[in-house]
Design a protein around this ligand. Sequence first.
Ligand code: SF4
Length: 681
Amino acid sequence: MKKVLTTCPYCGTGCNFYLLVNDNEELVGVEPSANTPVSKGGLCIKGWNSFQFVNHPERLTEPLIRKAGKLVESSWEDALSLIVEKLLGIQSKYGNDALMFLSSARATNEENYLLMKLARGVFHTNNIDHCARLCHASTVTGLAESFGSGAMSNSISCFEKSDCFFVIGSNTTEQHPLIGTRIIKSKQSGAKLIVADNRTIRLARMADLHIRHKNGTDIALLNGIMHVIIQEKLANEDFISKRTENYDAMRDVVLRYPPERVAAICEISVNEIILAARIFAEAKNAMLVYSMGITQHAHGVGNVKSCANLALLTGQIGRVGTGVNPLRGQNNVQGACDMGALPNFYTGYQKVIDSNIRDRFAKAWNVDNNSLSDKVGFSVTKAMDKALDGTLKAFYIMGENPVMSDANQEHVKKALENLDFVVVQDIFYTPTCEYADVILPAVSFAEKDGTFTSTERRVQLVRKAIEPIGEARADWQIICDLAKRLGSAEFNYSKPAEIMKELASLTPIYGGISYDRLGFTGLQWPCLDINHPGTPILHTEKFSRGLGKFSPVEHMGAVEPPDAEYPFVLSTGRCYFHYHTGTMTRRTRLLDREERFPYVEINPIDAKKLNIKDRDFVMLKTRRGMIKVMARVTDVIPVQVLFAPFHFVEGAANALTINTCDPEAEIPEFKVCAANLWRAE
Ligand code: SF4
């Protein structure tokens, strides 16, 4: 049995394991790796089963071209030639910015870098984005403004050394199970645990304090907690004076949020606010842990800045066991951001509007520096509007499934329908493929080399265990093939290590990263040169921007509050057994068996009023659409609130969500919209 050490293709925790390959070169299993730093011999159920989808009979194995409305098998030669002809035709007729590229949080760093290079260096547009826009765009924007770096400040190992966790908007045991386990272990060893989440998630059941604040009132809650900290003189005055700026502006706002006012906004008790403030501020080392419950709001950036404010106010940052720790959802969503698969940044968050940066990339890519666009491109959410109004004419989609993942599915479908040309590059036929003119078969994580960057900024190797299935090719090879046909001589790589060498030379935070150094444990960025050991904790002596910046943030109400017609608040998210749009986990026998149907959680009191019993089918409706799902009657969810996961194509929760976005980060409001439901006939 061949054993190949690699990195999990699911959540951003970044566990490592061995893929087991039999004598027939088939994947037959997974074995945990006891000595790697994150998983330490453990895996969650998704990791244990991560080999199963690779050999699924529905894998795309050859290129497909749509002819007379039907997809027909094609050669690589014909498919790539058609793409070149169509993209160049659209570019020459409508200009560079008529093209949009969607990169992928599932693909490797090297592949994200190359798609970014193709968009910017060959097609001269900054219209590139990926699904970080839908999960942590608020973090990238908010923490960059507060600290100068939009990444998790501490390491996963710090979870074993904290005295207090404030978990807000993160169902950690379900979405980042190996991190959740660390929180549980620390709690069992005496750490305090505050959970702010209106669902009684598993961590809430063991918390010292569980705050069930109303959906969308995080800013008010955090302002109220900070109000108490200031009034009770628990703020870290020394830290504030030496390491921060703009404190007075923040304090002036926070002082308008006494606990009585906040209790009314959040529909919680005054005591809960006071207790949370005292537990967090009095802990020796306390950390904030958040995820998409904080970021996926029309005021997501405000939420993130409020989290940063609390850390700055208490000085709970820059040391072991502290920090602001956004948990990134997907295996390489951190890396895709780092690689500049964003409309405003090159790699390492180097601004596209900076002419010195553009000069540097132009020189490295051997292109005219005037050819690199100085205009910030479209985000994926904006791109849907621009496809609808005719500004955008073509989408190149690598490993993304916007029909399932983006808010307001009908809006997305209409946008894709309105395009002249759509390419989808993926491992399975997804609902987005319905809109493709050309489909290119890509390979899974098990069939290629590369790197993923985990939520703790750890760059780790992904190692090829088996040969590609059918005629599928690695995304990096497809991009190189395409670029060569487009006339570029700058995509000559024989292996991903060469791509890493190039991108590291252009990216200061990856400057010391090379395949030779990654070995068994990987390296955490910033890793500035070949002698740099990597950085487990950010902002230790000073913040990435110098001083930490307080931001005054006011509470904002819901974009679409419930009313007589739609009396419930609908929140969407994920469940333990599935991952993102379900493309891989729904094709994994065990995972699909455990969670087979789309469902909605409803409180028993509401269910009784509506004569809905557990496992009844219900119609779930919002102003955007209606789906049929199974009712899960549970007091995990409060009265008048509903929760639906978005993994299920047969009951797509994003048919219901609202595409109103945060004005800065352009992330949609996935967590609060008005809904109604009734028992299906
Ligand atoms: Fe994979 Fe995340 Fe589970 Fe680890 S916790 S095995 S990275 S899905």
